[in-house]
Ligand binder design. Structure first.
Ligand code: GLA
Length: 397
């Protein structure tokens, strides 16, 4: 059930022509991502192992000569029209005056101009039309896909001298300051740097990356996404609270970030903080180690050997970090009971999707088992599909 992205590329061009009355000059796109392992470690300067997926957001772009930026999306009929030199006044203070989705591309435009030291008056105006097949609210980073597509399109059009890490940072800044979600940099880096059949092993402190071969197909494995349909937002609620707990734990131990805490420090921490903060920290510290163990296991033994690490990661998110929900636990448990090699929730939590690593000939069994388990629990039916590790942001045409 792997989907392709040609329809959303065509849809972006068609939307551009319809709403702006001209042919687009080009289209660019960026993917969503699945995180294989390493959850809530990115903003703790830790390790993550995501990969880009085949679902992409496409943007069709055309230049205009009046210094304005107009954005429109297939999800929203309204064209949002802003002067480039108004962006500084909009972000972050007046972001609420914009439709929520428009804060992503306009926030990226704002962050790119600032990062490159480009005066808005010297950048050419642009029209941007977006279409996407990245499921929204599924924990697959539909937002990083919008940010990434915008970043590569504008960086090329404006001739900015920014590398891919700088583009990822502009995406994160848009997310943090233009949208108001206190997220880390994993999603933007995965969307920028994705590679076919590979994951990106990222050190979120140095931002150094290594490409890690996944070899799912050679091992006869598929990566199945079970989208629970439970929607979440990282701009409100639990995500920020978890981040604050991590910062409290680091402060109690006198280190800059939880990256600097080892398993051996945990007994000492137990005397310094309350039980909830302790368990939040324990998740991050053990999860960092699981990422390192997963990278080593992939390299030495291949993907069939990482199942226990995925399962341990899920248990840690469920019990210590407390970001799972019953639907995610049901997805993981039913997939494992039906023979998945490993399974865990992926992304920020409180909803979204679980992933299961499954032998090719058991995908239907796992799909049926998860569907039946949701029905038995009285949950709405999940959406289940396979994903393939795919290339990062690029110009399409
Ligand atoms: C969301 C955020 C990421 C990361 C994950 C949890 O996807 O955008 O920065 O923190 O949650 O690992």
């Amino acid at each position: 059930m792997t989907t392709t992205d040609t329809r959303s590329a065509d849809a972006a061009r068609a939307l551009f022509a319809e709403r702006f009355g001209a042919e687009a000059a080009g289209t660019w796109s960026a993917p969503g991502r699945v995180n294989l392992i390493g959850e809530h470690t990115d903003y703790n300067d830790g390790f993550v192992l995501p990969f880009a997926i085949q679902h992409r957001t496409h943007v069709a772009l055309g230049a205009r000569d009046d210094g304005r930026i107009r954005v429109v999306s297939a999800f929203d009929a309204q064209v949002v029209d802003v002067a480039l030199d108004e962006l500084d006044a909009l972000f972050p203070e007046r972001r609420d005056s914009l439709p929520e989705w428009a804060r992503y591309p306009l926030g990226v435009a704002w962050a790119l101009l600032a990062a490159s030291g480009t005066a808005p008056s010297s950048a050419i105006g642009v029209d941007l039309a977006f279409a996407s097949d990245v499921p929204v609210g599924a924990g697959l980073s539909s937002s990083a896909a919008i940010e990434g597509a915008t970043a590569v399109a504008l960086a090329e059009t404006w001739g900015l001298d920014l590398d891919r890490v700088a583009l990822a940072k502009a995406g994160r800044r848009a997310e943090n300051e233009a949208v108001g979600a206190p997220t880390g940099i994993m999603d933007q880096m995965a969307s920028m740097l994705g590679r076919t059949d590979s994951a990106i092993f990222l050190d979120c402190r140095s931002l150094e990356t290594q490409v890690v071969d996944l070899g799912f197909a050679d091992a006869g494995l598929e990566l199945v996404v079970i989208d629970t349909g439970v929607k979440h937002s990282h701009a409100t609620g639990g995500y920020g609270e978890r981040r604050a707990a991590c910062e409290r734990g680091a402060a109690a131990l006198g280190v800059p970030a939880l990256r600097d805490v080892t398993l051996g420090d945990l007994p000492r921490l137990a005397d310094l903080v309350d039980d909830v903060t302790f368990r939040r920290v324990r998740h991050v510290v053990t999860e960092n180690q699981r990422v390192l163990d997963t990278v080593r296991t992939l390299r030495e033994q291949g993907p069939a050997a990482i199942g226990d690490l995925l399962v341990a990661s899920h248990a840690s998110m469920r019990d210590d970090f407390e970001i799972s929900v019953p639907e995610l636990d049901t997805a993981v448990e039913s997939a494992l009971a039906a023979g998945a090699v490993g399974a865990r929730m992926t992304g920020g939590g409180f909803g979204g999707a679980a992933i299961a690593l499954v032998a090719h000939d058991r995908v239907q069994t796992v799909t049926d088992a998860a569907t039946a388990a949701f029905e038995a629990s009285g949950f709405a039916a999940p959406t289940i599909f396979t994903v393939a590790p795919s290339p990062g942001a690029a110009r399409d045409a």
